[in-house]
Design a protein around this ligand. Structure first.
Ligand code: GAL
Length: 646
């Protein structure tokens, strides 16, 4: 399990480079990532390339046995390029070109930008093709599904729609454009959602396509870069680093075209006092592993206090640097690259702290990092071990987009139920996969399909088949609501899932921040919020009913026998104990090997291999924990990770 660091030689006087590389070597760093923002130094003038400084840096690392990942520096075009071609900038929703000053302000479809981006990428790729120290490439930096309103993006959007719908009649029908006299009579009338009105005020069918288009647009760009890197620097795996942002590209499609996934991981340094909070990054890590269903990298890992984009936050508490890095390894990362080696003394990010502070004097965080490197390197024997999960949670970008477009009720957001189910099953000591909704379900025992809002007929069929053959499916509210165009289905909810769930809703109550309690058969009363499907059962049994409001006594949570399997339906948004309880019931019925009595915030991941297997037991809390597992008392200090070989 390899540890790396993000390094910016262009930020430092050369006199520091060798000392940095020596210290990295002594510390056990095996990889550096460089150059994602260095275009102005790599091509200081139009068509004049200078790789000499980067060659020197690469050589310094190579001499010390440290591998290098280089980035295409296309996130930050140099000012000479903007000066020559001011039209390459991203255009805002009010139609004004972005003002310069920060970064990522280029439009990734602009043909002039692409010409320059191609050229620097190809030049770099050719230059490093023969350099064995360069072991991989990162494209750009944190690509997002940008909403750009420039003329090129508008043209591409129209072409995208023409390819999808063929003619305006089809498009008008798909979007229901008759509403508010929105029917297009010429392609020229089709534009992105200009203006600052909330997206919920726009036509949801149109908006969902627009989100999909923006995702495809940026994916085209990353595929274009990948093709160039592969052609001119063959044999090096290509990735791009992603994060959970407001406009995420569809990771499943994006990484189809790339060799491995990498993710920027910045867990919380201040733990929320609310015990309900799902702050653990275990969810994100499992989701990253699920994107390609293979090991992934962390390309940027928390190393110091965050700042600069907002006022400074508390630094990582003692134990966090080690614990969070090992947590990433536990969940399937095989490389963790820390952001950044040293805190910048210059530029806007000088308050986003690295492993070393401005002083360059190694301190508490660096010492912890150094200890972690020794440990990570010793875990080499676990390289290649698998995380086999009985439980999967389905994720869909169509749902992520559709819920952003039309917020359902105050406080309701898509990820919450996924995160709660994830936390509930992890709380039983089980491995959990988070996978794209189109993945095969073979091998799982329990599949959670929360909020299957935008319906995909193939997915409905696969879930039904999975249950019929003996699997357990957990469905939740807001499923089967929309057709693939994001128009409402004319059906009782949960739409096409009714039969397998054995239940239908006669009404629903979006209750926002109001609370309602649900009463289980054994008299346990738990709290729910945001949404209440008022259910009637067809063939399902009632597990819990509402205990309040005008629907008091109506079923809230049900279970149905479906073929040889079981389908749970959670018709409300529960607080965490609701999901804990349903997960407990489902796991017990499926006879899964749960760990009973795990204290809150303790996470276990089991990795298995032919030669070695291990349990990673992590206390993701600032309080010590102890519990008994397999007859043995396990005690964990705050943020301690124990790796127990089994
Ligand atoms: C990441 C980004 C880095 C750096 C870091 C700290 O999102 O990729 O370049 O900005 O955040 O702010």
């Amino acid at each position: 399990m390899r540890v790396g660091v993000d390094y910016y030689p262009e930020h430092w006087d050369k006199s520091l480079w060798a000392a940095d590389a020596d210290l990295m070597k002594r510390t056990g760093v095996k990889l550096v990532r460089m150059a994602e923002f260095a275009w102005c130094r790599l091509e200081p003038r139009d068509g004049v390339f200078d790789f000499s400084w980067l060659d020197e840096a690469v050589a310094l690392f190579a001499d010390r046995g440290i591998d290098v990942v280089l980035c295409t520096p296309v996130s930050c075009p140099p000012l000479w390029l903007y000066e020559k071609h001011p039209e390459i900038v991203h255009v805002e929703k009010d139609g004004t070109p972005t003002r310069l000053g920060i970064r990522s302000h280029r439009c990734v479809t602009n043909p002039v930008f692409l010409q320059y981006a191609d050229r620097i990428t190809i030049e770099m790729a050719k230059h490093y093709a023969g350099n064995a120290a360069v072991v991989g490439w990162q494209i750009d930096n944190e690509l997002e599904a940008y909403f750009c309103y420039c003329g090129h993006c508008i043209d591409r959007y129209r072409t995208w729609l023409q390819e999808k719908y063929g003619c305006l009649e089809n498009l008008n029908r798909a979007y229901g454009n008759v509403v508010w006299s929105g029917e297009y009579s010429s392609w020229a009338q089709v534009t992105p959602p200009f203006g600052t009105l909330p997206h919920a005020w726009q036509n949801p069918a149109y908006m969902l396509d627009y989100y999909r288009f923006c995702s495809d647009n940026v994916i085209d760009f990353s595929n274009r870069q990948a093709a160039q890197l592969r052609q001119y620097c063959p044999g090096r795996p290509v990735t791009t680093n992603v994060w959970f942002c407001e406009h995420m590209p569809d990771f499943y499609k994006q990484f189809d075209g790339l060799d491995f996934i990498s993710y920027d991981n910045y867990p919380a340094t201040r733990l929320p006092s609310d015990p309900e909070s799902c702050y653990s990054h275990a969810f994100h890590l499992d989701m990253m592993r699920g994107v390609k269903r293979q090991p992934f990298w962390i390309m940027e890992q928390l190393s110091g206090g965050k700042g600069c984009w907002a006022p400074m936050e508390k630094p990582p508490l003692p134990g966090m640097i080690r614990g969070y890095a090992l947590q990433a390894f536990a969940h399937g990362a095989d490389t963790v690259v820390h952001f950044r080696w040293r805190t910048a003394n210059i530029g806007a990010e000088m308050h986003w702290h690295g492993l070393l502070d401005h002083s360059n004097v190694p301190g508490r965080r660096f010492r912890e990092f150094a200890d972690m490197c020794i440990e990570a390197n010793a875990l080499e024997k676990l390289q290649g071990t698998e995380i086999k999960a009985d439980v999967a949670i389905l994720f869909a970008f169509d749902n992520e987009y559709a819920f952003r477009i039309q917020p359902q009720t105050d406080g309701y957001y898509y990820m919450e139920q996924l995160q709660r189910l994830h936390r509930a099953f992890m709380g039983l000591g089980l491995n959990v996969d988070i996978i794209g909704q189109h993945e095969k379900l073979d091998g799982y025992r329990i599949v959670c399909a929360p909020e299957m809002y935008v319906t995909d007929a193939g997915v409905v069929e696969r879930l039904n088949e999975f249950a019929m053959k003996g699997g357990t499916v957990i469905l939740t509210t807001r499923s089967g609501v929309k057709d693939p165009n994001n128009n409402a289905l004319m059906t009782l909810l949960p739409g096409p899932y009714q039969e397998m769930a054995g239940v239908h809703a006669v009404e629903y109550a979006p209750i926002g921040w109001e609370a309602v309690s649900v009463l289980f058969g054994d008299g346990t009363e738990l709290q729910a919020k945001q949404w209440c499907d008022i259910l009637e059962t067809d063939t399902a049994e009632v597990l819990a009913s509402y205990n309040g409001d005008y629907y008091c006594g109506a079923p809230a949570i049900t279970r149905n026998a479906c073929g040889q399997g079981q389908v749970y339906y959670i018709g409300t948004v529960g607080t965490q104990p609701v999901y804990d309880r349903v997960a407990g019931m489902a796991a017990e019925k499926a006879a899964l090997p749960v760990v009973a009595g795990l204290p809150p915030r303790v996470e276990i991941v089991t990795r298995t291999g032919r030669e070695a297997s291990a349990k990673f037991i992590f206390n993701n809390d600032d309080q010590p924990k102890s519990f008994v597992m397999d007859g043995q008392e396990i005690s964990l200090a705050p943020f301690e990770m124990k790796v127990v070989l089994i």
